[in-house]
Design a binder for this molecule. Structure first.
Ligand SMILES: [Zn+2]
Length: 229
């Protein structure tokens, strides 16, 4: 083999190694403290399902941390094969498809095998029954455990060396510090910087409202094939 070929092979292998290894962002980019918020179980309803359950449009109670999102006055009961969960919050505005976001603990209570999915990726997910005082709706799909994610502006993403749909590892500085992997970066000009994890994840890391997260690494792609829209 001549030297050129050997050199090419070495370069190729080195490039592969560099690309496969999680990139450390701590040295090269600003390590920004990201506020961590807990997402309690909640439901997004299509207009049609909202009408079937409550006879009319949803009632706005208060704005949530992400602009445009709001908590509704209406509450709903989830009915699974093994159990029910009452008083579940509904978040507006209404969407094209209803989606129910629960924790793995909730999934045990309901008796459903519920996959971790990113919001909107509901094909092939299990269904669930929703009930109110006025109506009942059987969803054929839409029950998910929401994948953890960070909302940020494109400017903040640039500072942190990440971009939309990147999967990163985040160190959480709770009472039980933890590094969470497969955290999906979502960027939008209107987003307010915050990381969203569910109750199980929050309790696992000893969350309180002063806890923050820092990006400590970036994955090329998830090992579990999470689908990101
Ligand atoms: Zn979120």
């Amino acid at each position: 083999m001549n030297e050129k070929i050997v050199e090419d092979i070495i370069n190729k292998v080195m490039n592969q190694l560099v690309n496969e290894a999680p990139t450390s962002l701590v040295d090269s980019k600003e390590s920004i403290a990201i506020p961590v918020e807990l997402s309690a179980r909640h439901v997004h309803l299509s207009e049609q399902d909202a009408i079937a359950l409550f006879g009319g449009p949803l009632t706005h109670v208060r704005e949530l941390s992400q602009p445009g999102q709001f908590l509704c006055k209406e509450r709903v009961r989830l009915i699974g094969p093994k159990g029910v969960i009452d008083n579940v919050a509904i978040l507006g505005p209404s969407r094209d498809f209803s989606q129910v976001e629960i924790s793995k603990t909730d999934a045990r209570i309901l008796g459903t095998e519920t996959p971790v999915k990113h919001s909107g990726d509901i094909d092939g997910t299990p269904g669930i029954i929703l009930a109110s005082h006025k109506g009942i709706v059987g969803l054929e799909k839409g029950l998910i455990v929401a994948g953890r994610h960070i909302h940020m502006t494109p400017g903040e993403a640039l500072k942190m060396g990440v971009s939309d749909k990147d999967l990163v590892s985040v160190h959480i500085d709770g009472d039980r510090p933890a590094i969470l992997e497969d955290v999906c970066v979502r960027t939008n000009e209107n987003f307010r910087l915050s990381m969203h994890i569910d109750l199980d994840e929050g309790n696992g890391a000893g969350w309180n409202k002063n806890v923050s997260g820092r990006i400590v690494g970036k994955h090329k792609e998830t090992s579990r094939g999470l689908h990101i829209h």
